[in-house]
Design a protein around this ligand. Structure first.
Ligand SMILES: Cc1cc2nc3c(=O)[nH]c(=O)nc-3n(C[C@H](O)[C@H](O)[C@H](O)COP(=O)(O)OP(=O)(O)OC[C@H]3O[C@@H](n4cnc5c(N)ncnc54)[C@H](O)[C@@H]3O)c2cc1C
Ligand code: SF4
Length: 511
């Protein structure tokens, strides 16, 4: 055998460079289901099912091309780890080399390299051409910069790929329409009718996977009954086109809006399909740009959506590989508190967190502003350990793969990497959540109160956070106002906040 081509669960594309020059006479594809990958963190059942189902569908397509494939099923051996299963496969097949594209996780890349070394098999790691900026190019861009900012990276990417450009200038004269993209749903009428995203009835393969998941991971969090995720490329394309045709138009306007029992809003639900490589980011960006150029959606919508993919998604990946393995231990504020147990049940009195967590447990999905400004915001204010919070985010979302989850959680949401790639901590009081949602109307707490039994925990802990970090916040132009506002409070009120915050922090489990 010449090449044994390892296809990991998040590399399900026939455009993968690992297949370049594939010769069925001398090469073979290898795919491995490893139970250890589902238990490394306590994975949501839908996350496990999505990976297994998409992998099994892809393997079927590989076989349909007449390509030799060895597929190691979950229950094939008692050995749980991917590394051990890979070692077995290498000994069985004795290839001249193991080939794969870069893994989506630093630990897995190390594990694969160690197994190859141990077995004396050459390892060929190809650049992951799914991404528009290679790790090498990102390193070059970041070289010499102590602090990295997405906005400048995004402008470079817009120019390099000629996206929403008019010559050398951005269409419309502005790079960024973020200020137009912060509306809440009307408080009186709510979100109104939002077109349903595409959803896909589980087929035989997916239903078999459900049984396997219930058998092997019965205690894991989450439900499978709402599973409608795309598991093959054709479905992912249908989901993309449905989004572009029906929902992109208001994506920008309501990007930061939240509402009870409105789990998706105008968001695309495409992250999982993108992260499994069922969709190529170039085609997603092209579809959004085309929709704008045909006059079907406003520029703010197309730009806002494209920025998430061409900007944030590529930037986040670059930062991950640049800063690993150190990022895994990042803890700028030295926060060490334990994750409250209700993160796994949604049983909290705080209505914003209850809604965001309950939908997460039932769907494996929450949109960005719920992840950032509800769950992430609370985690920072409650001084939770970034590593525990990050493990939870990695476990619970269907789109979670470490390269994208870790920098978003520890870097963006928890500011645990300091100002390395975000200019300020994303923290707010209950006032922000009140403005952007209807959550507070159904809550036993009051977002306007800083002290007392009914004070919103976000509000109390926010002012406590400012008190704790006053000097640093005052020194940063983007947060100086927060520190200044602290001095408008009386000494008695500041003391009251400190006392109430201490009580809350000692009793996080009962909030
Ligand atoms: C604490 C935290 C953890 C997160 N963990 C993940 C994760 O594990 N996996 C993941 O894919 N995204 C993660 N994100 C980013 C973002 O929240 C999700 O990509 C998004 O909510 C997915 O829903 P959607 O497809 O409807 O996205 P939309 O809001 O419709 O956005 C369109 C696409 O842009 C991309 N995108 C948007 N924001 C980001 C971002 N910050 N980083 C990278 N890509 C982005 C996604 O591919 C997404 O599908 C996280 C964000 C936070 C704050
Ligand atoms: S009052 Fe506070 S805890 Fe309750 S929903 Fe509003 S922000 Fe959340």
């Amino acid at each position: 055998m010449r090449h044994l081509i390892l296809v990991l669960g998040d590399q399900l594309s026939f455009s993968s460079p690992a297949f370049d020059g594939f010769d069925a006479a001398v090469d073979m594809v290898l795919m491995i289901e490893a139970p250890g990958e589902s238990t490394a963190v306590w994975s949501h059942k839908a996350r496990i099912a999505l990976f297994l189902s998409a992998m099994r569908h892809f393997a079927k397509d590989v076989a349909a091309r007449g390509w030799p494939i060895e597929y190691v099923q979950l229950n094939a051996t008692s050995e749980p780890s991917l590394g051990a299963r890979l070692g077995d496969a290498l000994r069985r097949n004795h290839p001249q080399a193991l080939r794969l594209v870069e893994a989506g996780e630093w630990r897995m890349q190390q594990e694969i390299a160690a197994v190859c070394e141990h077995e004396g098999i050459a390892l060929q790691v190809c650049d992951d051409a799914h991404f528009m900026c290679s790790n090498r190019e990102f390193e070059q861009w970041a070289h010499g910069k102590r602090e990295l900012r997405m906005e400048f990276f995004y402008r470079m990417m817009r120019r390099n790929f000629n996206v929403l450009m008019e010559g050398s200038e951005p269409i419309g004269g502005q790079w960024n329409y973020d200020v137009d993209n912060r509306s809440a749903y009307p408080k009186r009428t709510g979100p109104g009718a939002i077109p349903e995203p595409a959803g896909f009835e589980p087929d035989t393969i997916t239903r078999e996977v459900f049984e396997l998941v219930e058998e092997h991971f019965p205690e894991h969090p989450g439900l499978l009954k709402h599973f409608r995720w795309p598991v093959i490329r054709e479905q992912a394309l249908e989901a993309l086109h449905r989004f572009i045709d029906q929902r992109l138009v208001h994506f920008g306007t309501f990007q930061d809006a939240m509402w009870t029992d409105t789990p998706v809003g105008w968001h695309s639900l495409l992250s999982a399909a993108l992260n499994l490589h069922l969709l190529d980011p170039r085609e997603v960006i092209a579809a959004a740009e085309e929709s704008y150029r045909k006059g079907q959606v406003p520029l703010e919508a197309a730009e806002g959506f494209i920025r998430q993919i061409l900007g944030w998604r590529e930037f986040i990946r670059g930062v991950y590989w640049l800063d690993m393995p150190g990022m895994k231990q990042a803890n700028h504020f030295g926060h060490l508190r334990t994750l409250p147990s209700w993160f796994w049940t949604g049983k909290t009195n705080m209505s914003c967190l209850r809604d965001s967590l309950k939908q997460t447990l039932s769907l494996g999905y929450a949109h960005h502003i719920q992840r950032l400004m509800v769950i992430g915001n609370f985690s920072t204010l409650a001084e939770l350990s970034p590593q525990q919070v990050s493990d939870w985010f990695l476990a619970i979302y269907v789109d979670a793969i470490e390269w994208v989850e870790l920098p978003n959680t520890v870097g963006m949401a928890l500011h645990a990497c300091g100002s390395r790639f975000t200019s300020k901590p994303y923290v707010s009081s209950g006032a922000y959540i009140h403005r952007q949602s209807n959550y507070c109307a159904g809550c036993c707490y009051d977002p306007t109160l800083r002290t007392g039994e009914n004070a919103c925990p976000f509000t109390t802990l926010f002012w406590n956070f400012i008190e704790q970090h006053e000097t640093n916040l005052a020194a940063n132009p983007r947060t100086a106002l927060m520190a200044k506002n602290l001095h408008k409070l009386s000494a008695t009120e500041r003391l009251g906040i400190a006392q109430r915050a201490a009580h809350l922090l000692e009793n996080l489990d009962s909030l």
